[in-house]
Every structure is written in C-alpha cells, then in structure tokens.
Design a protein around this ligand. Structure first.
Ligand SMILES: NC(=O)c1ccc[n+]([C@@H]2O[C@H](COP(=O)([O-])OP(=O)(O)OC[C@H]3O[C@@H](n4cnc5c(N)ncnc54)[C@H](OP(=O)(O)O)[C@@H]3O)[C@@H](O)[C@H]2O)c1
Length: 298
C-alpha cells in the first residue's frame, strides 16, 4: 500500500465504486477492491476477506439499489442495506478502520419545501429508503469512526442512471415524457469521488452524518432539458426531440419517490472543506468526461 494507507473499496463495479476506483488510482493510492464476490450481508465472508490484511479505511459503495424491486423484495433490500451496513461497522470496529458509507435522499418523505438538513427527521416512503435508513442507524450504533454521506440523484459516466438513460432515449425516440413535479439536486459521481478520495487521503477524523449533492434545485424535466441542450451542443444527438413535461401521476412507479428531495450541502463544505459546485458546471464536466473517455481507445 502506498502512502501508509490501506484502503478497501467495496462495490467497486457499481456506478460510484468505479468512479472512486478511478480517483484512487489517479491519486496513486493503492487499494483492495471487491464487489458481489464478497457479500456484505455475510459477516464471515467479510472477515475472511480481511484476514491477515491491514486495513485502515473502508469505503462502502456496495448496496441494493433496485428501488422498485425492493417493494416486493423487502428482505433482500434490508439484508444488504441494513445488515450489510451493520456488518461493515462491526468489521471496521474490529479492525480499527475508518469507514465511509453512502445513503440516500429517499430516507425523506419529500414534504419539505427547503433542502433537507442532517437534523431533519427521515420518513422514508419506500422499502429502499427504509432499508438505507436502517443501515445508517445500525452503522452509527456499531462504530463511531464512520462517515455517512446521503446523496441524491447520482449520475456519472459509468452504469445506469438518469443522464445515460436520457441520452439513450433521445437517440431512440421522437418524444420523451419526463416528470416536472419532482424536485431535487443532481450529484455528479466524479465530483463526489474526488471529494471522498481527498477525505480519505487526508485521514480525516471528522466523522458523522453529511448531506452531499451539487448545488441548485431542479425538476427531472429541467434536468432532461439541460442534458438535451448539451448533447446537441456536443453533437452527441443529431436532432432536437420533443420533451413533454408530465405530472408524477402520469408516470406511476412501484416505489413512491419523494416529491422534493433536495439536500442542504452546507455541512460538507464547512466541516469537511468539500468542493461543491453548481449542477450545471458539473453537467458540463460530465459531458467533457464522457467525450474524453469515448476518444480513448480501450
Ligand atoms: N444511484 C443513485 O441515484 C443513488 C442516489 C442516492 C444514493 N445512492 C447510494 O450511493 C451508493 C452507490 O450507489 P450506486 O448507484 O453506485 O450503486 P450501484 O451502481 O447499484 O452499485 C452497487 C454495487 O454493489 C454491488 N452489490 C450489491 N449487493 C451486494 C452485496 N450483498 N455485497 C457486495 N456487493 C453488492 C452491486 O452488484 P450488482 O450490480 O450485481 O447488484 C453493485 O456492483 C449506494 O449506497 C446507494 O444507495 C445512490
């Protein structure tokens, strides 16, 4: 391990995990990595993987993220998101390792009309949100040397997310319907990954619960319009298509989403010195990153 640190990244093949792996490599920080093959819900599997290794930081990006599926698979969601988080806290406690964990804006019910702060009481509307909240509580109860970051509307170049889905739909269809009565703040995964890797690199001990997202509150429809504008500018889309604003009632999903999910990101700035940027600036960076990746032969 370089620079005296020994890092274990879990969920390395997920959207955020891949981005954090890229940032760790960029900063020359060596790390161990695992995904499904080390089941976080299985404490013995975690112990077995860590045996004989020196681990000073655990970054957990592993999670059950199938929000709609969780409604009919409550047990599966709680197994990973609640018991998995508890297991990692117990493991970190045994190793004396610092822990970074991620949660979600879906712990809130969306009734607020101003960004949610860390002191606001969760009231999840979905099984996914409930499982993530339970995970937060179990993690905090079992190991105080932990950072929990609630993030909202995560997107990035890797994996399935709203931005990649919109780009695909814009290319396939003449019209796309997008809800305009759900509001929140996007989170660009690379921006988050950079802040997390800086935090780990600095060996911070300012543990606690934090809200993280890009600045600005928008609707999914606003977000889709901005994505289309940039896709046209960068010639990633041949022609403008029709974007139809619809109410949530016209786009039913199995799990209920909060109507208002914006997070107040001031604490990560004041306590941790994180760099947070306006969502528009980060969306520009996303397109630059996407184009740059497409130009590099794999
Ligand atoms: N995506 C969002 O919009 C969003 C918003 C707010 C918060 N978050 C939170 O941010 C974190 C990262 O999300 P993400 O979007 O990067 O998730 P993701 O892409 O679904 O990645 C999660 C990874 O964990 C793996 N995994 C699932 N169950 C596991 C288990 N039992 N043991 C070990 N690994 C397991 C998954 O494998 P499979 O792919 O094979 O299942 C996947 O590779 C999560 O905590 C999520 O709850 C996400």
């Amino acid at each position: 391990m370089s620079k005296g640190k020994s890092i274990w990244l879990l969920g390395e093949r997920g959207m955020l995990g891949r981005q954090i792996a890229v940032e760790l490599q960029r900063r020359g920080l060596a790390f161990l990595a695992s995904d499904r093959e080390v089941d976080i819900a299985d404490f013995e599997a975690l112990k077995f993987f860590s045996r004989g290794k020196t681990i000073s930081w655990i970054i957990n990006c592993a999670a059950y993220t199938a929000v709609d599926h969780a409604e009919t698979d409550r047990e599966g969601a709680f197994r990973v998101n609640a018991r998995g988080a508890e297991n990692l806290a117990r493991l970190a406690a045994g190793l004396g390792a610092r822990l970074v964990h991620f949660s979600t804006d879906y712990v809130f019910d969306g009734a607020a009309r101003r960004p949610y702060g860390e002191r606001d009481e969760p009231r999840p509307l979905s099984q996914y949100g409930a499982s993530k909240w339970q995970g937060e509580k179990l993690l905090a109860a079992n190991w105080p040397a932990a950072f929990i970051f609630r993030v909202s509307w995560l997107y990035g170049v890797f994996g399935g997310n709203f931005v990649n889905t919109m780009l695909r739909l814009f290319a396939e269809k003449d019209a796309v319907r997008v809800v305009n009565d759900q509001f929140g703040s996007p989170t660009y995964a690379r921006g988050l990954a950079r802040n997390i890797v800086r935090l780990v690199g600095s060996d911070s001990a300012r543990f606690g619960l934090y809200h993280y997202c890009d600045s600005g509150v928008i609707s999914w429809h606003d977000f889709a319009a901005a994505i289309m504008e940039r896709a046209l500018e960068h010639n990633l889309l041949a022609k403008k298509i029709s974007l139809i604003a619809i109410p949530t009632a016209d786009f039913p999903t199995v799990a209920v989403r909060p109507a208002y999910a914006a997070l107040d990101n001031r604490k990560v700035v004041s306590e941790l010195g994180f760099e947070v940027r306006d969502w528009r600036a980060n969306l520009n960076d996303f397109f630059a990153e996407k184009i740059q990746r497409a130009s590099v032969p794999s």
